[in-house]
Design a protein around this ligand. Sequence first.
Ligand code: ARG
Ligand code: MN
Ligand code: MN
Length: 326
Amino acid sequence: MTVTTAPSYKYYESQRLSIITAPFSGGQSRSGVEKGPKYMLNHGLQNSLTKLGWSTVITEPLSSAILQIKKDEMDQNDRMGIVKRPNLVGKVTKLIYETVTKSLSNERFPLTLGGDHSIAMGTVSAVIDKFPDAGLLWIDAHADINTLTSTDSGNLHGCPVSFLMGLNDKKMVPESMEWIPGNLKPNKIAYIGLRDIDEGEKKILKNLGIAAFSMYHVDRLGINEVIEMAMRAIHPETNGDGPIMCSYDVDALDPLYVPATGTPVRGGLTLREGLFLVERLAETGNLVGLDIVEVNPDLASKDDHVSDTIATSCSIARCALGETLL
Ligand SMILES: NC(=[NH2+])NCCC[C@H](N)C(=O)O
Ligand SMILES: [Mn+2]
Ligand SMILES: [Mn+2]
């Protein structure tokens, strides 16, 4: 049998790419995750994507807003019960939404570098505007589907999916987050890599019948079959064929490979499983956008931890954007 990987990008035939930096940490409480984009860029990410044939620009939606963020962070009034910084998260994700929208209208593939996972409220909303039939693959140890009422931590990086789906009570949604269209359908998302789900989230996943592949499924069925099943789940009529947005939280991988992340959970994807996943997506030609989030260089306890985490995160981007082993 000969199997040749042939990455392609049906929706971006001219191979234009926008690297969108989202150095934002307000969706959770550990500082340092805002340094993710800088570290990945310093690792030579733009150059390696250029070598893969992409004409690449770097876009920084938050550069002017960032000072404002620091100021707002000190503003203890930005609280809704236990929910932290809802106004800030609303404002920042809207800026990211607008930037991703612009890059899509210029036919550029949006690669967004986080930052914490709350930024996906912006990226995914923009991708769904442009590709209404897009399915979302959420690669994560966590489901990030807590609502304003189910969250125990009050961290909005644990809630983006509930906003994308419009699951929150309209009367509770703060004004700054009202822009989120909330039109992601439960049958248009599939998870891979889950292993730390809150009780409230389990109920939501079950009630909505969401396709959720945990590490158990990866072990039982193998990563290859899980990916095929996930693609069929989000595109049932076409046997898995249709535009795919991938929001990749690096904590889906085992902390062995990405130790420097805010909420590590043991028992994750191996490095090859995690890279194979995006290699396979590249092979389908269906990828329409990618986020890489939760890279936090400040959380390394050894020097190696930073370089391992950054190298792995950059590999995810390269494999998704056309790097092959042969
Ligand atoms: N994007 C992440 N790393 N999310 C972790 C979420 C953890 C927990 N479920 C929470 O709601 O706070
Ligand atoms: Mn996570
Ligand atoms: Mn996440």
